[in-house]
Design a binder for this molecule. Structure first.
Ligand code: NAP
Length: 477
């Protein structure tokens, strides 16, 4: 299979192009060959997107945008298994988790279809200001223009749709640069939108490396907004080079979870095993730090280790598999080296941490210190530290001791404590009685501190992808 960029509806796969191979992380077999975009292709994509914005998308009525998004949802429902298999192949994500990614992606399309019809503005009480009598003020939301969407490998369909679907709902056009490791689902998604009736050029797909094509997209002066999901170092570069563009950055974290003595231990164990090790921890809100109150620490730890050791590790194509490969052998080796470094610094590896190629077994680490990489940096791997604490104040202060602030989980049955702690946590979101890892596609999602700027979750992404325009009218009395 040879795939390439799609610009104005036409694929660019010429034999003269440089290529990269997409490698299945579990079987190590070649899944596809990608013909890379050149700088000229990127310019063509942006120019065409701008033209299609001005001639077509900007003028398209809301009911048409909504219909296209609804049809896209229906087609994705029909092709769910095909998309899930591709995510297994290119990302190594276990099939059951790939299927749930598709289910969530369908919901994003449905939410976007509905919200395309509800881009309302407001009428201002102009007479609230001195000399405002006999004036009328209207605030409208207008599409922004060409949106550059840059996405990571770990939720290749869901996170791409968190950008593309709200952009279309708002009447924008998109130049889409997917992760080079997972371009097949991106390619299929653009084809799916063509089938759903989206005009050519409303999404242009550019296949290429981040350093070449991604950075050129970020600095292109005809692009009005960059929406990026990925790592902190790349996010920082984007922030520094994007110039006057609007920028949304969805970055990483070392997500904390607090289990209080009055919490439901079994519920916490079940949520946190999935939350720490789902997709081998390659999730931005993966539970990486678990603070457990001293009175229940031993009981929690024993149950947590037992449940972790029951996870099925193996072939991601198998329905029973919980843990498959990491994205590359290098990623697994890097995480393994962090575990070894923690061990040398005095930590205890309670279970897991052995590597076989791309597969790293789920590791639970105790006796850690704040300075260790496994605690303070983003691991993005199947490893989690479990740490005891005494008081609520201590739990809050240790949770907040991070450069990141994306989502946290708090397990307690005390509603007053739940709300008190939520208010004090420096996070974009807090789940009570669920792990930091849980996400729905309709709530505001994004980070504080170095976890990012801006919010996704369809309604909130649309806000960030539109401008407000004021129209004032002076009326004759
Ligand atoms: P990454 O290495 O930062 O790559 C993300 C995207 O950026 C890829 O498409 C990449 O292209 C591109 N890119 C790389 N260098 C670039 C540059 N200089 N200019 C423009 N684009 C560039 O991230 P990843 O390894 O794929 O994903 C893991 C990271 O994403 C983790 O840190 C995770 O926490 C974060 N993440 C955050 C969220 C969230 O919602 N907050 C969700 C998921 C993941 P190439 O593929 O060609 O390198």
């Amino acid at each position: 299979m040879r795939i390439g960029s799609i610009i104005n509806g036409t694929e660019r796969v010429g034999e003269d192009r440089n290529t990269i191979d997409v490698i299945n992380p579990y079987t190590n077999e070649k899944a596809a060959e990608v013909a890379l975009a050149s700088r000229e292709d990127l310019d063509a994509a942006v120019n065409n997107s701008l033209e299609v914005f001005q001639t077509t998308m900007k003028k398209m009525p809301a009911h048409e945008r909504s219909d296209i998004l609804r049809r896209a949802a229906e087609i994705l429902e029909e092709k769910a298994e095909e998309f899930a298999s591709v995510i297994v192949e290119e990302a190594g994500k276990p099939i059951k988790h790939s299927r749930s990614e598709i289910t969530r992606s369908i919901q994003i399309l449905k939410f976007s279809s509905e919200l395309a019809k509800h881009m309302t503005g407001e009428v201002l009480p102009m007479d609230a200001a001195l000399r405002g009598e006999n004036r009328m003020g209207i605030v409208k939301r207008t599409p922004i223009g060409v949106v550059g969407a840059i996405t990571p490998f770990n939720f290749p369909l869901n996170l791409s749709l968190h950008k593309i679907a709200p952009a279309i709902a708002a009447g924008n056009t998109v130049v889409f640069k997917p992760a080079e490791k997972t371009p097949i689902s991106a390619y299929m998604l653009v084809k799916l939108f063509q089938e759903a009736g989206l005009p050519n050029g409303a999404i242009n797909l550019v296949m290429g490396t981040g350093e070449e094509v991604g950075s050129a997209l970020v600095t292109h002066d005809k692009v009005k907004k960059i929406t990026f999901t990925g790592s902190l170092p790349v996010g920082k570069t984007i922030r520094e080079t994007a110039g006057f563009k609007k920028v949304t950055l969805e970055l990483g974290s070392n997500s904390p979870n607090i289990v209080f003595e009055d919490g439901d231990i079994d519920q916490a164990v079940t949520s946190l095993v999935l939350g720490a090790f789902g997709f081998s921890g390659q999730v931005c809100v993966s539970a990486q730090r678990i603070y457990v109150q001293k009175g229940i620490y031993q009981e929690f730890l024993a149950k947590f280790i037992k449940a972790t050791e029951e996870l099925v590790i193996g072939d991601p194509r198998d329905d029973k598999t919980d843990i498959g490969p990491m994205i590359t052998k290098e990623a697994a080796s890097r995480a393994k080296s962090w575990i070894e470094e923690a061990r040398e610094q005095g930590a205890t590896i309670e279970t897991g941490g052995s590597q076989d190629g791309t597969v790293l077994t789920p590791a639970i680490i105790t006796n850690v210190e704040q300075k260790m990489k496994v605690v303070s940096d983003e691991a993005f791997a199947p490893l989690v530290s479990v740490m005891p604490f005494d008081t609520e104040e201590e739990a809050v202060s240790r949770t907040n001791d991070s450069i990141y602030g994306l989502q946290a989980g708090v397990f307690t049955k005390d509603i007053d404590r739940a709300m008190r702690v939520s208010d004090q946590l420096e996070m974009g979101g807090v789940w009570i009685n669920d792990a930091s890892t849980f996400r729905q596609d309709n709530h505001p999602y994004g980070g504080v501190k170095q976890s990012g700027i801006g919010r996704e979750g369809v309604k909130y992404a649309i806000e960030d992808m539109t401008e407000s325009k004021f129209i004032g009218i002076k009326l004759n009395p």
